[in-house]
Design a protein. Structure first.
Length: 323
């Protein structure tokens, strides 16, 4: 596998329908890869032989499950640092204006069984009543519909939740530099944050840590919501000491606007929930945007979540409502 063939697989993976070499060539150019239709067909023949794509006569190709597996597992070395790079990119692309409550925010996209959507929404409803979500605004889509530039697969429903990296973008827009350090599992005791139980550094990681914690069954969002004792998803950031007062004012403004993602802002050079803080830094703890999905996994409902999936217009999101 080379970069060109991986790029072709990435294009095919974004489509649920069959597409031809002309469309593939066109989309590759958008990513800086200039291939003629003939050259695309040459590479596609190799992918067909390996069982990574299937051909439908003159209509074109579609990626196979083997192709998706190859795409997910290939070139791991190239993915190192992918998460931190994606955080930085999306942070700068966040454009939400807190005064107008318009502009782009970052969404996590999570796939649910379409035939159990109502059950999923009922389970998630209690989480949306707590401080353990970024915002109560979401978007819901069914099979074949789109969320941003993401197409919902057949047999699945999707929910888009505001990603915690949106906070980075809001801080940057206000002139506050943010360093994303860790994603973690935060213990909740008697309704209050107590300590981080597990941490994964964003630096050098090829997977979003919060996705890992969900699939590893390390959360107890249900306990945190129902009894005040449990384990939620959260992330740890740092800001310069000189920005502390401004950050606290911004936190207050966000809460007033319904963006309640900042769980705690620490003191200068003081550990935050047992996490050491860098010199002349202040620790900031932000709730994980995927907490509503963690409660589904805890309840035995299999989900697939992609953190930082797409940019989305905040004013197009709707308040979470199971009715």
């Amino acid at each position: 596998m080379n970069k060109t063939m991986l790029a072709i697989l990435k294009v095919l993976d974004k489509h649920t329908d069959i597409i031809g070499s002309g469309e593939i060539s066109k989309e590759l150019r958008l990513h800086g890869i200039d291939l003629t239709e003939r050259t695309v067909r040459y590479h596609m023949k190799f992918l067909d032989e390996k069982g990574l794509t299937e051909v439908f006569g003159k209509e074109g190709r579609r990626i196979t499950e083997k192709g998706r597996s190859e795409l997910n597992n290939s070139r791991v070395s190239e993915k190192l640092g992918f998460v931190i790079s994606k955080i930085e990119t999306y942070s700068y692309q966040t454009t939400i204006d807190l005064d107008q409550m318009k502009g782009k925010v970052i969404l996590n996209i999570s796939y649910l069984p379409d035939d159990r959507l109502d059950d999923c929404l009922k389970l998630m409803s209690n989480v949306f009543k707590t401080p353990y979500v970024m915002s109560n605004r979401v978007t819901i889509a069914r099979s074949g519909e789109t969320v941003g530039d993401v197409v919902v697969p057949e047999g699945r429903a999707a929910i888009g939740t505001v990603c915690s990296v949106t906070i980075n973008g809001i801080f940057l827009k206000a002139g506050i530099p943010v360093t994303s350090r860790f994603g973690g599992v935060l213990e909740i005791s008697k309704g209050a944050p107590k300590r981080f139980l597990s941490l994964i550094s964003y630096e050098g990681s090829s997977l979003d840590p919060l996705e890992v914690f969900i699939k590893s069954k390390m959360t107890d969002v249900k306990g945190a919501v129902n009894t005040g004792n449990g384990r939620i998803l959260a992330s740890y950031r740092e800001i310069p000491i000189v920005c502390l007062d401004q950050a606290r004012e911004l936190e207050k403004k966000m809460n007033e606007k319904g963006i309640s993602g900042v769980l705690h802002i620490g003191e200068p050079n003081r550990p935050v929930f047992e996490v050491p803080v860098g010199i002349d830094k202040v620790g900031v703890v932000i709730v994980g945007g995927l907490n509503p999905l963690a409660i589904l996994e805890e309840s035995g409902i299999s989900t697939e979540s992609k953190a930082m999936s797409t940019l989305f217009e905040f004013s197009d999101l709707s308040p979470f409502n199971i009715g």
